[in-house]
Design a protein around this ligand. Sequence first.
Ligand code: ACM
Length: 376
Amino acid sequence: MNKATSEPWRVGVLFSQSGHMSVIEETQLRGTLLAIDEINSSGGLNGRELMPIIYDPASDNTLFRLYAKKLMTEDGVSSIFGCYTSSSRKVVLPIVERLNGLLWYPTLYEGFEYSPNVIYTGSAPNQNSLALCEYLVSNLGRRFYFVGSDYIYPRETNRIMREMLRGAEVVGESYVSLRAQRKDFLPIIRDMQRTRPDVIFSTVVGDSTVHLYQSYSDAGFDPKTLPIASLTTTEAEIRAMGFDVGEGHITAASYFQNIDSASNASFVSRFKKRFGADEPTNMCVEAAYFQVHFFARALVMTNSMETNLLRPVVLGSEFEAPQGKVAINASCSHADLWSCIGRANRAGQFDIVARSKAAVAADPYLTCSGRNAHFL
Ligand code: ACM
């Protein structure tokens, strides 16, 4: 094998290992590295190793922009695995579009976006919000209180949820800074006590999640009767807030560690072996993991990192992920994903209370306005 053919394939990895978003983004880094390790230990791709070029954007969008540009202009990278917040994706987007790269984005988001330079592997609103809305209205009631971090994802998600609620009442809507501390939630908790909703819908992300749930617990709310429902509170945030604080709260997600299948059990065991027995998996780990495998399969076929060659091979491809079989929907570059509702238990895991019968086709622009026919 000559030198040119044995050189590693260089890929960019951009997840925060510090700052207020690291509680979840670090887990996405781990999912990415697990997949890369697996690929390299089984001989690489067409005989060449995958080499991650990893930067820590430290929960700072300016650094996301700077490192994305550096990866593509100085480090010889065309595919980047990265971004959790929609605001970080929005700053990386013009860079990958201008330089014709490919951003692999493993995070649920607000939808209403399409770029030929992004593969979206987290849930769109028709795959999580819709299921959650149906479940909450059927099981808890029609008076909602919205609490979110103040940036595009929560504001857009609440706009969509308000539309999905069709006549149910939103009794309050409050936003806090992405760096919100415990004290910042106190007026909101008082507002919740005053307005007496049936359900709290949280789009708070990162470290602030811990402060919200802890303040809620301190105020004496009982999650058994008035849970916080979320699309972003995973096993990672529950672990950070304490299992006792998290118990009883509800999340809708494409994946939970608790999914009962042989392939998920094997995934969880490989993850724990690599990162520690106490490290849970979560929906963001899983998407970060399986998207590397989508990339790898396509690369074996193209034997080229060229976005124009790779992308058409990725579109329409399928993968047996830990959540079940998933596909990259060729019509919109978003993944068709499963839809689950989980309720956190005492052990920091989610008991799955509802699950789709198959992967739900991604519909990021909510063009199918009907109810989610796949949902149990
Ligand atoms: C998000 O900002 N997409 C969670």
